[in-house]
Design a protein around this ligand. Sequence first.
Ligand SMILES: [Zn+2]
Length: 230
Amino acid sequence: MPLASALSQIFQFYNNAFSGYSELSKRLTSFKNALSRIEEEYLGNDQHDAYELLGIITSIIDQEFERVYGETSDEFEYTYHPPHNSLLMSPWYEYCGSRCQTPIKELFEVTLLNQITCLQCNKVSISFEDTLNISLPIPRHSNARTLNESFKIFTKQETISDFTCKACGPGMTSVKTSRFWKLPEILIIHLKRWRKDNPDEKDIIWYPVNGLDVQPYVHNSSKSKYYNLR
Ligand SMILES: [Zn+2]
């Protein structure tokens, strides 16, 4: 686990007695070298996006853990006829059985439950989607932009016009909803600030420092969580 080991060397530096900045600099350099051996774009001294870097580091370390703990399968889909909410637990356990849990997933992983309802036959297809961070859109048509509005857009119902239903076939109209199914201890939120048409625009987003309640965006049979934002 080259990157995880290099990162643990940095943490060990802070846990042990102070041994000088040259030692810290050595460990930071080893970490950067370990990273750039895996991701060549970090070879030089160019500036990089902090959010992308965080995403890459967590994902590489997660893969290193998976090599030790066992592989994870990302493919999973299940179909049911409503009303059957309680039956969602069975595919969830099946899904969990197909995946391995790593320390990175325990800390950061968000699971979304996507439900697509075919408007022809009312069958619901579900899939679980995992991510180590969430990237939220910025509300564009609002005077007081809030993080809650970003969550609303992220989870709002969408109409899909070319859905392939297992029963009715391709080209069906359907509606898709996404809700949080499992929330992590640490939720990494990224705001999609940059816009192609106006890259210099400054956006102000209001958010609660303490007690962000994500309950309205959580599936009704899942537990919610409160987050303090740092
Ligand atoms: Zn259908």
